[in-house]
Design a protein around this ligand. Sequence first.
Ligand code: PLP
Length: 407
Amino acid sequence: MLPVLDQPAPARSLARADVADRDWSSWRWQLRNMITSGDELARVLDLAPAERDGLAASAHLFRVGITPYYASLMDPADPSCPVRMQAIPRAAELDIRDEELRDPLGEDHHHPAPCVIHKYPDRALFLVVDRCAIYCRHCNRRRLVGGDAPPSASDVDAGLAYLARTPRIRDVLISGGDPLLMTTEKLAGIVGRIRAIPHIETIRIGTRIPVVCPMRIDDELCRALRAHAPLFINTHFNHAKELTPEARAACERLIDHGIPVGNQTVLLRGINSSTRSLRALFRGLLRARVRPYYLFQGDTVIGTDHLRTPVDAAIELYGSLRGWMSGMCIPHLVIDAPGGGGKLPIGPDYIVERHPDRVVVRTYRGELVDYPEPRERDCTVPYDRVYFAGQPADDDREGSAEAAPPL
Ligand SMILES: *Cc1c(COP(=O)(O)O)cnc(C)c1O
């Protein structure tokens, strides 16, 4: 909770003390009262000069928007607070390098239908909203997010038609923007239409709502989504400070209803780029039963150079996790390749030497160990021919040659 600072009575304070509990715990109130200006923030925080400059220039930057709940996690006295650094623009955002891109992942070239980004063989993104409950300063889809060009009902229809006529798609990731900003009825309607497509096996929803507006995760939403299992949620915690009792309860409510929750973290320089921060985050997630899934190097999106970590630093950090803490809470460290190559795992090299009869591996503690190779090399499975002969072959869908090169 923020202390109320000694200032003229604010028209609307971020401090929870000023707000009725019923309002504070209403997600609609949180969204209606999103903080979008420096004036609102300056009433409850000591803004640092870089934040003042960033906010003053915000008309030229990716938009600003922060729920009062998320703002209440900010340290009012410390500009290096990880919540502040993710939500309040800095002057450095104006300093754009040639290498930085509007569309760092080449998504606009993998856009076969409205709302659809389809770059992998068997799965596609389905972008259904263009607004969020937080406008993250590291957002990689800022060209599409901001509320200027919401997908229309006919865009959604056209996107669904593409998913329905593309049988190699087995997995649809609903994203945006934040899909949980839709009413439960509308979201469940879209999820139900995806579920009705016979070749689609799994559905995922990407959302930051459990982090920035946990009150949105009510039983009605959980039940509506559970009805369309197998459905998974991937959320986006970047720092242990975000793992409040409310946020953890939101994740656990989803999980208790039968919706597995994973987490995607972005490595952010000076925000979570330390062994200590990452360990606390991943352990805290696991205690809430949330599985860390991806840890991303920052994408090369405009205005985020100051937030990116050098690749070597990322690999070194990652090496300080694997082996040192439960494998259950170790995500995959990846670079999402510029231009649309997809996500590539990176990390320390644990194979140091390769010989015909052995490899030399390096343990997480740095010891070198010989790992003898087996004498036999043939890995074919004779029973494949029996077991898969009469089955509708799992890999024989249209386009699957690309999907699964036969071994
Ligand atoms: C990340 C992503 C996916 C999902 O990738 P997974 O590795 O299966 O989680 C699918 N499509 C696009 C365009 C993506 O960026």
